[in-house]
Design a protein around this ligand. Structure first.
Ligand SMILES: [Zn+2]
Length: 171
């Protein structure tokens, strides 16, 4: 694990902790050369094949999953650490279920289930990419389905103000 400041390869662990539901291992490390501290997350080497929309397969990469989630979470209240923890959590879950093959659609659905709990803006962004909304109606249908699911959770719904989305589209 290279130091992000000086690229030195050796560091010591100063603190380890678990996050999410106790699966994601987050470590504080200290560089043995420049003494700066940084955080690392465990990654899992999964031998899972991902089937893409065109039917072809590719190796599952935790990093790629993480990048996809990161893009959806840009400019939201979701931190990079939380995205990394989520990617790890999803990988650990696939491993514990001994998944060998998964479609991009199923993987996208798993991510969306989690994002829905974390941040609505990130959820919608991710859904836009994965569901490939054709028009504004698809988009609004998705928002309606969230609103129905979360009717009891007012705090989350504050993030998405449907009136504003309507207004923005009309202009
Ligand atoms: Zn260093």
């Amino acid at each position: 694990m290279k130091c992000p400041y000086c690229n030195y390869v050796e560091s010591k662990v100063t603190d380890s902790r678990t996050s999410m539901d106790g699966q994601a291992i987050k470590r504080r490390r200290e560089c043995l050369k420049c003494d700066k501290r940084f955080t690392t997350f465990e990654t899992i080497d999964l031998s899972v094949q991902v089937q893409k929309r065109d039917g072809t397969f590719e190796d599952f990469k935790q990093e790629k999953l993480q990048d996809g989630i990161m893009a959806a979470c840009r400019h939201t209240r979701v931190s990079h650490d939380k995205v990394k923890a989520l990617a790890y959590h999803i990988c650990a879950d696939l491993m514990s279920k001994q998944v060998r093959e998964i479609t991009t659609k199923d993987l996208g659905d798993i991510v969306m289930d989690h994002l829905q709990e974390i941040d609505m803006v990130a959820y919608i962004r991710f859904a836009c990419v994965y569901k490939r909304f054709k028009d504004i109606k698809d988009f609004l249908d998705a928002i309606h389905s969230i609103k129905n699911k979360n009717e009891s959770c007012r705090e989350k719904n504050k993030i998405i103000d449907e009136e504003n989305i309507y207004g923005a589209q009309k202009k």
